[in-house]
Design a protein around this ligand. Structure first.
Ligand code: HEM
Length: 334
């Protein structure tokens, strides 16, 4: 049989890819844990590729940074950080109440995956892509540059019921929200630091308009909502349930600590945001309020704790070693 030069090159490429995959599998099997240098030998381009795709998406629409951050959260709270949220099909998490018409960014993940399958076939998991996209969403919004741990593998099943039950609701009390965090191994500091993600992004009126009219027998508007913010939110929501309001009224595209300063001025948009400081009959609120005060006064401390809590969230039940698989297409198992 004759071999052309092209055959040699493509065979060498295939061999290099196989070695790269084996290097990655070897690293995971050896440690069973996530590491910050996981792709250094088998796909060192991963950071550049994810960063440039996230930057392009945010250039087209700045809000996408926030949407990618939320995508990671909604992935990790259901079956762990295994990219189960990306699977299409009848049991898809995409159609669970907290995600439907709400979670965004799936197409950005698809483009990153396509680039990575060209650069390092079969090496980078969808779950790691989601974690890295969240990191760059934060960083390119002006937030902290924390080290993402990598080496997750992709899950084989979606869990729509889990998405309906595990994710906290904006109508929950702080005690209930704290329990949902504790269920996945996170603590009260994680609740407050990660709620600081609402320094970027938007919410649909549907999820806070009950605070704006017919609130209770005695108050038409939620008394814990600042009286100058209420009319502007009412104005926004006249357009209907799908209208959007900034979660951080001062600087919705910049990752800073204004979200916490807003809460102390009764300018939290979601009831669950304002609840971190306002609802004194909730036993958890003394602890959450003290943290809100600390982060409001000290942006550096918020950045530090946020990065640490993102790493802790990213560590929820990862699949490593031989568990799961590296999906070729993030929307379907291989
Ligand atoms: C503490 C409990 C939490 C509750 C109750 C909550 C609830 C919500 C709700 C209701 C929205 C608006 C959704 C919509 O308009 O359809 C939202 C948006 C958002 N959430 Fe949370 N969230 C929580 C924690 C988190 C955490 C832990 C993160 C990330 C670490 C996060 C990141 C975001 C971001 C960035 C947005 C804006 C997304 C965008 O503009 O596309 N949230 N959240």
């Amino acid at each position: 049989m004759e071999y052309s030069r092209g055959d040699h090159t493509s065979n060498r490429l295939k061999l290099l890819c196989k070695i790269a995959v084996l290097l990655c599998i070897g690293a995971a099997a050896a440690s069973g844990q996530l590491t910050d240098d996981y792709y250094d030998y088998c796909c060192p381009q991963v950071y550049r590729i994810v960063r440039s795709r996230v930057a392009a998406a945010m250039k087209a629409e700045m809000r996408m940074g926030a949407s990618l951050l939320r995508l990671h959260f909604h992935d990790c709270f259901v079956n762990g950080c295994d990219a189960s949220i990306l699977l299409d099909g009848s049991n898809s998490e995409k159609f669970a109440a907290p995600n439907n018409n709400s979670v965004r960014g799936y197409e950005v993940i698809d483009t990153i995956k396509a680039d990575l399958e060209s650069a390092c076939p079969g090496v980078v998991s969808c779950a790691d892509i989601v974690a890295l996209a969240a990191k760059y969403g934060v960083l390119l919004s002006g937030g902290p540059d924390y080290d993402v741990l990598l080496g997750r593998r992709d899950g084989l099943v979606a869990n729509q019921t889990g998405a309906n039950t595990n994710l906290p609701s904006p109508f929950d009390s702080i005690s209930t929200i704290t329990k949902s965090f504790q269920n996945v191994g996170l603590n009260v500091t994680d609740v407050v630091a990660l709620s600081g993600a609402h320094t970027i992004g938007r919410s649909r009126c549907l999820l806070f308009s009950s605070r704006l009219a017919n609130f209770s027998a005695t108050n038409s508007v939620d008394p814990t909502l600042d009286s100058s913010l209420a009319p502007s939110l009412q104005q926004t929501c006249r357009g209907g349930d799908n209208q959007l309001a900034a979660l951080d009224v001062n600087s919705s595209d910049v990752f800073d600590n204004h979200y916490f300063q807003n809460l102390l001025a009764n300018k939290g948009v979601l009831s669950s945001d304002q609840g971190l400081v306002s609802n004194s009959d909730d036993p958890t609120v003394a602890a959450t309020k003290a943290l809100v005060q600390a982060y409001s006064a000290n942006g550096q401390r918020f950045s530090c704790d946020f990065g640490r809590s993102m790493v802790r969230m990213g560590n929820i039940s990862p699949l490593t070693g031989k568990a799961g698989q590296i999906r070729k297409n993030c929307r379907a198992v291989n």
